[in-house]
Ligand binder design. Structure first.
Ligand code: 0A1
Ligand code: ZN
Length: 881
């Protein structure tokens, strides 16, 4: 493990590598504890580089066993080789080949970076810097090479041998029990996209014919016995391939596309060229074990990884500072895909909820960084919501600003101009400014400045002048390392709604550039006037969440209620309800703190009745609108001196009031109605189930006597995982009498399915009971709990830290202490996973003083660890700065 305090790497220090590596020939002899790797590299000095310039290759715990130059063994004085580097002191001036021999112990690789084993199968993870753990290399994304991989293994242990690109040759090795396979990938790629897999795997197959008539063999590999859960992933893959041709003109470029699902994986999935490797959570689904959310996630992640083939693989990043070039863009593309497959409005609302839940707090605390950071010490810590989700929002704003056709022209130019390159955000933006003949200089600030802009809007209607004015402002609160910021270009999609609920058109708008229904806020303060407005309008601002900002529109209860009922923009209808609910929840939180009355305002309770009664609404939309802001959302809005117990009390009281007031309406929607239908994973059926689950939750929250029996009934009758987990969550979180029995039933039904059992752990981890922490601690001793499996660890510990505010942030500090202990226990085995868990402390300074002192103590305890990984050191230092 690297425990050094590594020096920061700065964007402005970027230099191209002094050598090209044109081809990489790998010969890998597999063995669980002693895999032999021979890498033959064809190396060429870059033009302009002095002959004899040392060649410095990265390693990381790499075990050197031999080196030859142009086929000849080298004198030891000619090079330095250790765990971290291989330096050839004076390489020849002319192109040369280097033959490097290393060995790897896959069984000992608990970091899950490089070559490791998962359930006995060999697999690799090379992004960001895992390839150097297999062989020494210029392990950076701007070194592009053509790879040929020969894999050899024992036939019995590894009947399946997979590599990047196309299969070239395979066969037995006479006189041995070994066999081999050779794979060739004609597309030059960076080392982070290298992958190989070997093991005893089953598969399902299908095929896809591309727009130019190329037949592609598609296969999904899984552990034997899991093949029948791959159908949805395959279906999603074929739809992704078609969609990318239709919407972006991107065609697949190899003869095969393979996906492998493994059960030990640090992240979601990885876009290795032609050989995507997935956390099996994002592949396996059937109605019995996967929720509707799982189905939607699988569809999105399959698409995401597939879309990387163009945005990431064909065009990659010059350096890791440009990570958002591939990630922000690819998230945007997968969001668009899901919107086209499902309801666009529901998808947008769900994405914005996630952005607010994960990215906003990141952007407001010690871990804030620009979408394109300028410095890092550990790149693995920059696979963040800011790079991914805010990065996607920035691409979405580009589309909003340039319009559909301007955006498509820019994308076409990007693909045409940069195919086969490792490039930058500047180059990406240049394609759009050229294609749409527009200056994006100020827009580029979105990539450079951290922090969520706060936009304020105050409207004023002048009846005499027939004018409506909006006083707009934008600002970003000071952040560590960013005391001041400059105004960004903020596209605000808007409408002015008249009394009949229809949008009013202004005869003229002054004070801002307006493109269609989007006005551009470009200054710190701007006054915008809408002329020819014959009645007082209700403004609907930031429609579709047209920019990743916080909006304070100072609207009255009456106007927000009007928007909740009449806005033609579904996002803003939802937003109006959220704004009203948030205001009420903040008020109730203050009441709870002073032990005042927790009686909810009837006018707000009634809004939920209107949503329930509106039969024109899509059930999925109704379900989202009924979902109150989460405890973390309320905490974020309160911002400082946060008391999680008061928030919990307020939210519980508000839910009870809504449930009681609309008991009959909720009763009519209970899950029985949907449970008799055959299961269908499509968005419409999922929406009905989501609404039924909300109904069951509110019905119970109301305190009605009938509830416990109804929930138990719903649990028993469930014919799919969504309904079952919804009922189980209510039973456990409300501590209903049958909770224990339901947990036991669930366990015996699903004990052989680890993804289903992850849910079982999560339901308990997130229960806000008084003894919630003690229950979680007890579960760490459960025979099925395994701290070394990332999914299982996250299902209990991370779920507790991020989904159980009252218990994680307990006043006695025990929640923080427990999670800190877990971080310290995981760190020596798997620093990446430990560091991610550690980020759950990032908002500690916003807590009330007693709790924040406990959090600080826990962080200091981690910081004092002598052997802390670079990953955790980076996070803990930034949290404490
Ligand atoms: N590029 C992948 C995410 C990923 C990043 C790092 C990993 O290992 C440390 C694994 C996957 C994606 O965006 O899906
Ligand atoms: Zn990605």
């Amino acid at each position: 493990m690297r425990t050094d305090t590594a020096a920061a790497i700065h964007l402005e220090d970027y230099q191209p590598a002094p050598y090209h590596i044109d081809t990489v020939d790998l010969d890998i002899h597999l063995d669980p504890t002693a895999t032999q790797v021979k890498a033959t590299l064809a190396i060429r000095r870059r033009e302009g580089v002095d002959p004899g310039t040392p060649l410095w290759l990265n390693g990381d715990e790499t075990a050197f066993t031999g080196l030859a130059l142009n086929g000849e063994a080298l004198d030891e004085s000619a090079y330095t080789a250790n765990e971290r580097e291989l330096v050839l002191h004076a390489p020849p001036a002319d192109p040369f080949t280097l033959e490097i021999r290393t060995w790897v112990n896959p069984d000992a690789n608990t970091q899950l970076s490089g070559l490791y084993r998962s359930s006995g199968n060999y697999c690799t993870q090379c992004e960001a810097e895992g390839f150097r753990r297999i062989t020494y290399f210029l392990d950076r994304p701007d070194v592009l090479s053509v790879y040929t991989t020969r894999i050899e293994g024992r036939k019995e242990e590894t009947p399946v041998l997979l590599g990047n690109g196309n299969p070239v040759e395979s066969g037995d090795i006479p006189g041995t029990d070994h066999h081999y396979a050779i794979w060739h990938d004609p597309h030059p790629k960076p080392s982070y996209l290298f992958a190989m897999v070997a093991g005893n795997l089953a598969h399902i197959s299908d095929s896809f014919v591309t727009s130019s008539g190329r037949k592609v063999d598609l296969k999904i590999y899984v552990e034997p016995g899991k093949e029948d859960r791959c159908g949805w992933a395959m279906d999603s893959l074929k739809r992704s391939m078609k969609w990318d041709e239709d919407v972006f003109g991107c065609e697949y470029d190899l003869d095969v596309f393979n996906i492998v699902a493994v059960s030990d994986f640090n992240m979601g999935a990885m876009e290795n060229k032609g050989l995507n490797i997935f956390n099996d959570k994002y592949v396996l689904a059937d109605p019995e074990t996967a929720t509707d959310q799982d189905y939607a996630n699988i569809e999105a992640v399959i698409a995401h990884e597939y879309f990387h083939n163009w945005t990431g693989n064909r065009i990659t990043c010059r350096d890791w500072f440009q990570l958002c070039l591939k990630e922000g863009l690819t998230v945007f593309r997968d969001q668009e895909f899901s919107s086209d497959m499902r309801s666009r409005a529901v998808k947008r609302i769900s994405d914005v909820r996630l952005l607010r839940a994960h990215q906003f707090p990141e952007d407001a605390g010690p871990l804030a960084h620009p979408v394109r950071p300028r410095k890092y010490t550990e790149i693995n810590n920059f696979y963040t919501a800011t790079v991914y989700e805010k990065g996607a929002e920035v691409v979405r704003m580009l589309k909003t600003l340039l319009g559909d056709s301007g955006f498509r022209k820019g994308m076409d130019l990007y693909f045409q101009r940069h195919d086969g390159e490792a490039t930058t955000i500047e180059a990406f933006l240049t394609c759009f400014s050229e294609a749409a003949s527009t200056d994006l200089g100020q827009f580029a600030r979105w990539y450079e400045q951290a922090g969520t802009p706060l936009v304020t809007a105050k409207g004023h209607y002048d009846a005499a002048a027939n004018e409506f004015t909006l006083d707009l402002s934008q600002s970003i609160a000071p952040l560590p390392g960013q005391p001041e910021s400059l105004p960004a270009v903020i596209p605000i999609r808007f409408g002015l709604i008249g009394q009949n609920g229809e949008d009013i058109t202004a005869s003229r708008i002054t004070g801002a550039e307006v493109r269609g229904d989007v006005l551009l806020l470009t200054e710190a303060k701007q006054k915008v006037t809408f002329h020819g407005i014959g009645q007082r309008p209700v403004p609907s601002l930031l429609r579709g969440f047209s920019a990743p900002v916080r909006m304070e529109a100072h609207q009255s209860l009456a106007d927000l209620t009007f928007l909740a009922r009449h806005d033609s923009d579904p996002f803003n209808r939802w937003q109006a309800v959220q704004t009203l609910a948030t205001q009420e929840l903040i008020r109730l939180t203050h009441e709870a703190r002073k032990e005042g009355s927790l009686e909810a305002d009837d006018r707000l309770v009634e809004i939920f009745g209107a949503i329930l009664a509106d039969r024109d609404l899509d059930p999925a939309f109704q379900a989202l609108a009924l979902e109150l802001p989460g405890e973390a959302d309320i905490a974020r809005e309160i911002g400082k001196d946060v008391d999680p117990d008061a928030i919990h009390a307020a939210r519980t009281a508000f839910r009870a009031a809504i449930g009681a007031a609309h008991l009959a309406a909720f009763h009519a929607l209970l899950p029985e109605a949907t449970q008799d239908e055959d299961f269908n994973p499509d968005a419409a059926s999922a929406g009905k189930r989501a609404l039924a689950a909300q109904a069951l939750g509110y019905f119970t929250a109301s305190g009605t006597k009938a509830a416990p029996e109804r929930v138990w009934h719903a649990f028993q009758r469930a014919n799919n995982m969504s309904d079952r987990i919804a009922a189980l969550t209510i039973l456990v979180h409300q501590d209903l009498p049958k909770a224990g029995q339901a947990l036991a039933d669930f366990r015996s039904r699903h004990s052989c399915n680890s993804l289903a059992m992850d849910k079982w752990f999560t339901v308990q981890a997130t229960a806000p009971a008084q003894d919630g922490l003690e229950r979680v601690k007890a579960l760490t001793a459960h025979p099925l709990f395994d701290m070394t499996n990332p999914n299982r660890m996250r299902s209990l510990i991370q779920a507790f830290a991020t989904g159980n505010h009252v218990q994680f942030a307990r006043k006695d500090g025990e929640g923080f202490a427990f999670v800190a202990d877990c971080v310290m226990a995981i760190d020596p085995r798997n620093p990446q996973v430990a560091a991610r868990l550690l980020t759950c402390f990032r908002s500690w300074r916003s807590l009330e003083s007693e709790r924040s002192k406990h959090a600080e103590k826990a962080l200091l305890r981690i910081s004092a660890m002598e052997k802390l990984s670079r990953d955790c050191r980076d996070i803990v230092d930034r949290c404490l700065q």
